[in-house]
Design a binder for this molecule. Structure first.
Ligand code: SF4
Ligand code: SF4
Length: 766
């Protein structure tokens, strides 16, 4: 069959490119080496006329694959938005002229750099295909919300306000969750006009609990269907076509279809009985949750202590008690919002038991974040609440209430305080369901050589703990959302706080981190917007964060697949199941287009239309590697497109120099890097390889969560390849690079230049 592809190149001479580079030579390079059928120059390719020139070439000459040599692929994205062709970009502006000094002695190496980027972009586009758009698909736009507390109800109301139908599933018999038990709320706003005028009159006070209004709004909304006394017994599918079995306590099941899911399953209180020194067996030692019930029962009257009904005249709040005790089994993280709760509750006593009621908040590390929190703290001070900095030792019975012994951290002495009532701030434990990766996470904490021996024991330990599932996902990878280290649902805490590792399923509220009502409402609103976006994106066949709008998706060559399951296991998003013949089964709308499966596949049978082993491998092969006598080393830089590549662009924009020997290729994620690219480049005579990915580990910044971790594990084995080739191990290095590493990223390349100087040029040059 005749090749129906037509290749067209375009070279921009604007932004100073024409003055610094020989554009005629670039055009010739594109035609001669890059095999472009045509190549045209334009003085400003991103202008209306320039874009029209490209459009006319596509339409009149039937170009199917175009190469644009201009600015970075991160710039002018809207101008160069040609979705009906395959397109590559050669970065001549940031990547060449802005990162190289404009001197006569640099002219030759700068032109060589530009010529290489032209060759690489031409090679790349030849191995790209126009995304095989699946087009508009029939999907369900209904949204499922799990959890009927403040977070879930807010998510439901916000989703309905945007016109999307919602099903709200609550496992108890009523809506409202914990908030329905609260006497009053923490104020959500700072003082209206600040406190600078010295009046303090406006300082925020505990607010009326308006949860009943919210419940009424949910129950009265025609777009919201509430399922009480219900849980999810099976959830399957993918964004746009989830199917959920909603089962009632009585055992009846209804199956509904959804476009996206919001998990707002909330929290439970840390169990104080795990820590005897907190004295919770004493009736006059209560948790801050129990105090709400006492305050509510008192109405506007005085709060009484549980042991004998005596009106409370003195109360001590022990802050962050779950973590601060440091006893075995203590909470491993801060209670987060406990200090705001304590200020609110101290004010209950001032209002209901009288201004002379002694209220002491005993803290080690007081947290009242934001303007609203700061004003609420001042409000507490104004109400004569005492704040005392101390390290709690023990809570004991005093015969009349309880006694708290502590180290006063201001006076540096051991003291104790007797009170009618002691209130413990215990902290929130997330209701997140079992972690599908509990075994993997435990194993990863061990050195590689100990993992095999430890595996069976860890599996048995994990299996012995029964945790109720929230979602009952019918996924090969497990029933629930993956966790962060302390059991909260995992999501990218910096860039995409609601995006979990299960595409189309969003978590919000205290199941994500400890938070108060106001924060949970903001969180729920964000998650609702993301869920709507996921359902709509699925209808367009487009990817979710961070590759929103990417219409490509991975496919694999079945005849080459060895059924090793590496792709299935390494996919960070649970996007790959197995079919009945045990071949990988890709769920297109669960896929985030990271390419980790492509990097994992040992037989290289996975590819995207616009990103493949060949589209990168051929770029490497098309770099002109000078022979060893020229003393012009070549350093391959594989840079994550999310952080490292933009950091290099920014470096160029701020006038920093980048090594003329570097040839930078952006990759979707370091997880997509194939070992074959490393071996090919070494065999082709590259002298060094620098891989730049995002931070990995518990506080990861990898946009694809596990991609850079998977890459680091794979690259740990690169040493074998290097020793087979008889090359020095320091020729290949993996760095964690953040988008803010604008000065560091070029320096890391420079360091490889120095390594090559030390160990010598590659013996594999031709
Ligand atoms: S591209 Fe990423 S998200 Fe998609 S199937 Fe492969 S590993 Fe999973
Ligand atoms: S990694 Fe490659 S060979 Fe292994 S199952 Fe996946 S597609 Fe098949």
């Amino acid at each position: 069959m005749a090749d129906e592809r037509k290749y067209a190149g375009f070279v921009c001479t604007g932004c100073g490119i024409g003055e610094r580079l020989d554009a005629g030579q670039l055009e010739q390079t594109a035609k001669r080496d890059g095999k472009m059928t045509t190549c045209q120059q334009h003085e400003m390719l991103c202008s209306k006329e320039g874009v029209q020139m490209i459009r006319d070439t596509i339409d009149s000459e039937g170009a199917t694959n175009i190469m644009i040599a201009a600015c970075s692929r991160r710039a002018k994205v809207e101008a160069f938005n040609f979705t009906d062709v395959a397109m590559s970009r050669a970065n001549l502006r940031e990547g060449v002229i802005w990162s190289r000094p404009d001197t006569d002695e640099n002219r030759e190496t700068t032109q060589e750099l530009a010529d290489d980027y032209i060759r690489m972009a031409c090679a790349e586009v030849k191995f790209m295909h126009k995304p095989n758009m699946s087009g508009e698909q029939q999907v369900t736009r209904d949204i499922l919300v799990v959890g009927g507390g403040v977070t879930g109800m807010t998510a439901a109301l916000e989703t309905a306000a945007a016109g999307f139908p919602v099903h709200l599933v609550e496992k108890t018999g009523e809506l409202g969750g914990w908030a329905a038990r609260w006497h009053k709320r923490i104020p959500g706003r700072a003082a209206a006009d600040g406190v600078e005028n010295g009046t303090n009159a406006d300082l925020p006070m505990p607010q009326k609990n308006d949860i009943a209004d919210m419940i009424a709004a949910v129950e009265g909304n025609d777009l919201i269907t509430v399922h009480l006394n219900s849980t999810l017994t099976k959830t399957s599918g993918a964004p746009g076509r989830f199917s959920a079995d909603i089962t009632t306590e009585s055992g009846s099941t209804a199956t509904e279809n959804f476009g996206a899911i919001i998990q707002a399953s909330g929290w439970k209180e840390f169990d104080a009985s795990a820590i005897p020194s907190l004295g919770s067996s004493n009736a006059d030692v209560v948790s801050n949750v129990e105090l709400e019930a006492l305050a509510k029962a008192a109405g506007d009257g005085p709060i009484k202590r549980p042991s004998d009904g005596k009106e409370v005249k003195s109360v001590v709040f022990v802050q962050n008690a779950g973590q601060a005790s440091k006893e075995e089994g203590h909470l491993p993280y801060h209670s987060g919002i406990g200090d705001l709760i304590a200020i609110k509750q101290a004010m209950y006593f001032k209002a209901q038991n009288g201004k002379d009621c002694d209220t002491t908040i005993l803290f080690d590390n007081l947290r009242t974040p934001g303007a609203a929190g700061e004003d609420f703290y001042r409000s507490g001070q104004q109400q004569m609440v005492i704040f005392s900095k101390g390290q709690v030792g023990e809570v004991t019975s005093s015969g009349n209430g309880a006694s708290v012994s502590f180290r006063d951290l201001i006076l540096d002495e051991d003291v104790s305080l007797d009170a009618d009532l002691v209130v413990l701030d215990l902290g929130m434990v997330p209701n997140s369901g079992p972690d599908p990766y509990a075994v993997t996470v435990a194993l990863e904490k061990l050195p590689l050589e100990e993992r095999d021996a430890a595996q069976a024991g860890i599996e048995a330990e994990v299996a012995s703990v029964t945790i109720e599932s929230i979602l009952n996902l019918d996924y090969r990878q497990g029933t629930d959302l993956p966790h962060l280290s302390n059991g909260f649902t995992d999501s990218h805490f910096i860039c995409f706080p609601y995006e979990t590792r299960r595409t189309g399923i969003y978590s919000c509220g205290p199941v994500r981190r400890p938070m108060d009502i106001k924060q949970a409402q903001d969180d729920a609103t964000g998650a609702a917007m993301k869920a709507i976006q996921a359902a709509v994106n699925a209808g367009q066949g487009s990817g979710a964060h961070p590759r929103v709008g990417d219409l490509s998706y991975p496919t694999f060559r079945k005849e080459g697949c060895t059924q090793c399951k590496r792709c299935t296991v390494e996919c960070p998003f649970g996007a790959i199941n197995e079919d009945e013949e045990r071949y990988p089964l890709f769920n297109e709308s669960r896929c985030r287009r990271c390419g980790t499966c492509m990097g994992a596949c040992p037989v290289r049978v996975i590819s995207f239309e616009n990103y493949s082993i060949d589209s990168v491998g051929q770029q490497i092969k098309n770099v002109e590697v000078p022979d060893e006598f020229e003393e012009k080393p070549r350093i391959l830089v594989l840079a994550c497109e999310n952080d490292a590549y933009p950091a290099l662009d920014q470096a160029a924009m701020s006038g920093q120099e980048i090594s003329p020997w570097a040839r930078v290729i952006p990759v979707r994620c370091l997880g997509s890097v194939s070992l074959s690219w490393v071996t090919d480049s070494l065999n082709n005579g590259f002298d060094g390889i620098v891989m730049m990915g995002c931070q990995r580990g518990d506080d990861y910044q990898c946009h694809f969560v596990r991609g850079s971790t998977m890459a680091a594990e794979r690259m740990a084995k690169v040493g074998d390849t290097l020793s087979t080739l008889n090359l020095e191990p320091e020729r290949v290095i993996v760095h964690e690079v953040a988008i803010t590493d604008i000065e560091r990223a070029p320096r890391l390349i420079k360091e490889m230049e120095e390594v090559v100087e030390k160990v010598g040029m590659s013996p594999f040059k031709f």
